[in-house]
Design a protein around this ligand. Sequence first.
Ligand SMILES: NC(=O)c1ccc[n+]([C@@H]2O[C@H](COP(=O)([O-])OP(=O)(O)OC[C@H]3O[C@@H](n4cnc5c(N)ncnc54)[C@H](OP(=O)(O)O)[C@@H]3O)[C@@H](O)[C@H]2O)c1
Length: 272
Amino acid sequence: MKSPIPRGALALVTGASSGIGRAIAWELAARGVACLLSGRNRRALLTLSREIRDRYGVEVRVVIQDLSRPAAGEKLYRACIRAGYEVDILVNNAGIGLKAEPQHLHRLEDVRELVTLNCASVLELATLFAADMAGRRRGWILNVASTASFQAMPWAALYGASKAFVLSLSEAMHVELGGCGVSVTAVCPGITDTNFFKHGKPRVPGWLYPLISPLRVAKISLRALDRNAPVVVPAFRHWLFAQIPRLVPRSLLLRIMAAIECRRKGIRSKTG
Ligand SMILES: NC(=O)c1ccc[n+]([C@@H]2O[C@H](COP(=O)([O-])OP(=O)(O)OC[C@H]3O[C@@H](n4cnc5c(N)ncnc54)[C@H](OP(=O)(O)O)[C@@H]3O)[C@@H](O)[C@H]2O)c1
């Protein structure tokens, strides 16, 4: 059911200190939505909260939480409840990738950190807030997945798997909560111009696969949430690429993904 985000609602945005989360916070505030900005970087979040308040006059608060720690999603939820916040909109955005390497070369601490942040915290926050929203028969959940959700990602195996988890969870919750007045949308951005690629941006020719701005991702995501779309891929060219896994057999797709990554790294593909 279509249910646009109303003015005066309250949103919790994770990973609001930079990139897509920051842009979503700006967009929500521009629509008259009050914001709880979450992340670890206190200084960046406090500066952003001041800037948003000055510009749009909406209520903005900062909630510091490292979501890569066990049960951190539940801790953030309990902190919101203790402070008396009734969250109408949950934006599950915080996430990381690892260096592009074969899965078996990653350190287990880094693997655990990614799984807790990209999957467990998203799951805990979505489960706990969705229960409250369903009780009130009103709510909006935006989960930030990726175009990496649509196929296996050799050399980014865990990141791809974590985003496939987010997409699958979101689509199922979209259906389950459909009759409860709660909208659930997964946004699957392609390569976006943020601080995400700490280990170097993918070298994809711009004419083939242009970068998208976080602001555009934010605008398209919120419009999709307004109309309760289950999934949205911002940018037409990124959407086109996201259709390939539907058309190509999985074994061939894997070989294509491996060949792209091998070419980038200048090594021979072992999948043929
Ligand atoms: N950029 C892309 O090409 C792209 C494409 C598809 C999907 N995405 C997804 O978009 C989301 C946002 O990424 P971005 O591109 O905007 O990258 P970004 O600029 O690096 O932002 C990541 C955000 O996540 C937060 N974060 C990181 N580790 C955290 C932790 N342990 N606990 C709590 N918050 C943490 C960071 O805040 P603090 O540092 O303050 O903690 C930051 O605000 C991620 O889920 C990413 O997977 C990105």
